[in-house]
Design a protein around this ligand. Structure first.
Ligand SMILES: *Cc1c(COP(=O)(O)O)cnc(C)c1O
Length: 482
């Protein structure tokens, strides 16, 4: 069967279906929707039996082959092997530990932490972004094309993107960040990169100012086409697909045999990570429940409890101590709602016309709300005080320091776990990235991986700019061959 992709807002009769490589370099579909497979490929019982025990790279090849059928198998295998190798996920660990890529650490019987943060930027985003870097380079080289990736970051996504794209042929990255507003560590992570295809632009403003510049450049269609401007944001389908793999790996690690079911708890912001869990479950992976954990920005928790989806304004969005989950709306959520409403793009168009106009929707008295439980979602939220308490308890009880986002996941997981069912909490970052809150919770800083020690004193490369769309465009013109 060939794998084709459709848009959540597509007209079934008029929108052409796409192949994987056709959607790889893009973001939104032209109709404003998000891409999904026309039908979810299924994992058979026989496959589960054969896959148990595979290495991460071999498993990733098996899973991704179900989504990618327009890259020759030998090439895909080579790309996956190069991505999921101990050398990239070593992070100061022994070669044996690094070999596992995503080891499961049991905190106590039935409660495990799936380590996803041993990549170059110490956050789970590396898991997918590193693959994206290799896929982009492969696809661009084949076509003899180039891409100029433009993005805005408040920290995590930008650094994951830069570390994935550094030195890649055919790729340049222009990453905007708010001048003086990231932690010294985050600045050092990004600005100390000396690769000539990476450009850091520090904007004299807030994250939203940087984000607005990026949107303005994307809206200049002529400029966008002339300079082949692209994005690597969390709605990119390849990122979601790559994330499906660690649910399968985590399932095998947490279960003894394939009749068992496992629950996953996921610190959530843009719903990208847990959307991959939803897809793994739809593919037939024996996942019972998917626990959505939010921080004070509880748009998602509110939906799963009440059936009301009400994105917040920027003014209503809280700056919290788990900043990578500070979202006003969850950009990948549309993918799940598409499945919930029976994959009817007309319904999605109608719902998102309201959302895009700053409104909300309410499923309370609809059959969609009655259907919701069959998708396995359960949700909860946490506050700054909860986060501190969880970090303390985890350290006292298990001798382990967890980061603030993982703490949010752990807090909700502990509330929702049921006896006899393994609960796997996804670790989304290492505590070294969020030193300040760890010191607040424990009175001492987290250990830093050896490779990251003293990075604040390395020479930095970045350009400071006013909040000006024209200045950013001129900079791109000067550095990106048209
Ligand atoms: C991005 C991020 C999240 C949220 O993931 P989503 O895919 O946006 O739901 C959680 N924790 C950390 C550390 C992150 O970087």
């Amino acid at each position: 069967m060939t794998m084709r992709y459709i848009s959540t807002r597509g007209d079934v009769h008029n929108s052409p279906k796409k192949t994987f490589t056709e959607i790889l370099l893009g973001g939104l579909a032209t109709d404003g929707g998000l891409y999904l497979p026309e039908a979810y490929p299924q994992i058979t019982r026989d496959e589960l039996d054969r896959w148990r025990g595979l290495s991460y790279a071999d498993l990733a090849f098996a899973v991704l082959s179900k989504f990618i059928d327009d890259i020759p198998a030998a090439d895909l295998k080579a790309l996956v092997d190069k991505t999921y190798t101990a050398a990239v996920y070593c992070n100061g660990r022994s070669p044996e530990a690094a070999q596992e890529i995503t080891p499961l650490r049991w905190l106590e019987p039935g409660l495990g932490l799936l380590e996803l943060s041993n990549g170059p930027t110490l956050a789970f985003k590396d898991m997918a972004m590193q693959l994206l870097g290799n896929l982009f380079e492969y696809a661009l080289t084949k076509k003899g094309e180039e891409i100029n990736i433009l993005g805005a970051t408040s920290g995590d996504t930008g650094s994951a993107a830069e570390y994935a794209m550094r030195g890649k042929h055919g790729v340049r990255v222009f990453m905007l960040s708010p001048h003086g507003r990231m932690s010294a560590f985050q600045r050092a992570q990004m600005y100390s990169l000396q690769d000539t295809n990476i450009y850091n632009i520090a904007v004299r403003g807030m994250f939203d100012d940087a984000q607005d510049i990026v949107k303005a450049v994307f809206n200049d269609h002529a400029f966008k086409a002339r300079y082949r401007i692209g994005a690597v944001n969390s709605i990119n389908w390849a990122r979601v697909a790559a994330q499906v793999v660690y649910y399968v790996k985590g399932y095998f690690a947490a279960s003894q045999e394939n009749d068992e079911k496992v629950d996953f708890a996921v610190p959530s912001g843009n719903f990208g990570n847990i959307c991959a869990g939803h897809i793994a479950r739809m593919m037939g992976l024996p996942v019972d429940r998917l626990i959505v954990a939010t921080n004070e920005n509880d748009v998602l928790d509110e939906f799963f409890r009440s059936g009301v989806y009400r994105p917040r304004s920027t003014a209503e969005t809280h700056a919290t101590s788990s900043p990578s989950m500070d979202i006003s709306k969850a950009s990948n959520f549309e993918r799940f709602v598409f499945d919930l409403v029976g994959r009817d793009p007309a319904v999605i168009r109608e719902l998102w016309a309201r959302i895009d106009a700053g409104g909300s929707f309410d499923f309370t008295n609809t059959s969609y709300f009655t259907d919701l439980p069959q998708f396995g979602f359960v949700s909860g939220k946490s506050s700054h005080a909860d986060r501190l308490a969880t970090i303390r308890q985890t350290y006292e009880k298990y001798g382990l320091m967890v980061d603030t986002h993982t703490a949010d996941g752990l807090k909700v997981a502990l509330e929702k776990r049921v006896p006899g069912r393994p609960m796997v909490v996804l670790e989304t970052a290492l505590p070294a990235k969020f030193e300040e809150t760890i010191v607040e919770a424990l009175g001492r800083p987290p250990e830093r991986p050896v490779a990251m020690q003293g990075i604040e004193s390395l020479p930095q490369r970045f350009e400071v700019m006013d909040i000006s769309v024209d200045a950013v465009k001129r900079f791109i013109e000067q550095h990106a061959g048209a």
